[in-house]
Design a protein around this ligand. Structure first.
Ligand code: MBD
Ligand code: FE
Length: 312
């Protein structure tokens, strides 16, 4: 009993008025995009014979998603962040700027303005007594392998419960968030604790939709990175710890083969010892290659609303 009305003059005229085609004010790009979006939504209603009940439940779903603060959580779950990365990779390829450490998604939980230090930082506040102590370490080089001193390595990760400071108010300020400048050899190191994977709030809007898709909302244990230095392409990436149940089954599609890193328990770590940490520790090594560019706009992270971004 599906009715077809999309080709009618009424609908065509309606869409044009909706998008403001008959007025001179507004923004041409916004008009064109809204016209396409509304056309495609109308088309979906027609093709799937969407009932008013279904339509209004979708409207209220979107309201609830926003009220829960989960819009930027559903986005990666629906592959949006990954898709934008696929486009950026293709653009880099076209511009001859491919290569270096692969990018992967930022996610919704970055907080700008973390404490900055030279060469080394301790990221945890010592409150998690049973946590596995890790040493995150690596070297930042250019694509010829030359060390890059004074690159800023901005790292953030979850605690043992998969929760991020700032969003989880039970953690101290900037817990597990640090910026470290590489030393003269391009090296950075951080003492921290092994993060757990992240799970979408089980009663939240994102998980509600994922349930309808028969999907889980889990991410493997991972550590986020921004790496930047003037003269080089800003890198947004993350490492995924090998051996996690979700390493290759991430609801946010952020895992890339080159970004899977093994956590290696060692009896002694030379790097750790340099920073006064003797005894057994788990090493997580991640070396980064940056690609040179003279384009200023590629040297900074893209604009996006982020917690405390305005304080920098
Ligand atoms: C995260 O920690 C994350 O990195 C992403 C992409 C989505 C949700 C939580
Ligand atoms: Fe994360």
């Amino acid at each position: 009993m599906t009715v077809k009305t999309m080709q009618s003059a009424d609908v065509k005229e309606l869409l044009e008025k909706v998008a403001g085609f008959n007025t001179s004010g507004g923004d041409e790009r916004v008009k064109k995009i809204v016209h396409r979006v509304m056309h495609d939504i109308f088309q979906i209603v027609e093709d799937f014979d969407v009932t008013p009940e279904e339509f209004w439940s979708a409207v209220y779903y979107v309201s609830e998603l926003g009220a829960n603060g989960e819009t930027a959580l559903l986005a990666p779950g629906l592959g949006m962040d990954r898709y934008l990365d696929i486009r950026l990779d293709a653009e880099d390829e076209q511009a001859g700027l491919a290569g270096g450490t692969p990018r992967t998604i930022e996610g919704p939980l970055y907080v700008a303005g973390a404490p900055i230090s030279e060469g080394f930082a301790r990221m945890d506040d010592g409150s998690a007594k049973d946590a596995e102590v890790i040493l995150i370490k690596g070297r930042v080089t250019d694509d010829q392998g030359a060390p890059l001193a004074d690159a800023v390595v901005d790292i953030w990760h979850a605690n043992t419960k998969g929760a991020y400071s700032f969003f989880d108010k039970s953690q101290s300020e900037y817990h597990l968030r640090r910026r470290i400048k590489t030393d003269a050899n391009g090296c950075y190191a951080a003492q921290s604790i092994m993060p757990s994977g992240y799970g979408c709030p089980p009663d939240g809007s994102t998980q509600k939709l994922l349930n309808q898709l028969g999907r889980h909302g889990q991410r493997p244990a991972h550590i986020h990175y921004f790496v930047s230095k003037p003269g080089f392409k800003h890198l947004t990436t993350q490492i995924n710890i090998a051996g996690d149940e979700y390493t290759f089954d991430d609801f946010a599609f952020a895992t890339r083969e080159e970004l899977v890193v093994e956590a290696k328990p060692v009896q002694h770590s030379d790097t750790a010892a340099q920073h006064g940490l003797t005894g057994p520790i788990t090493e997580v090594e991640f070396n980064v290659t940056l690609v040179a560019t003279d384009k200023a706009e590629l040297q900074e992270r893209h604009a996006r609303r982020r917690a405390l971004e305005t304080t920098e």
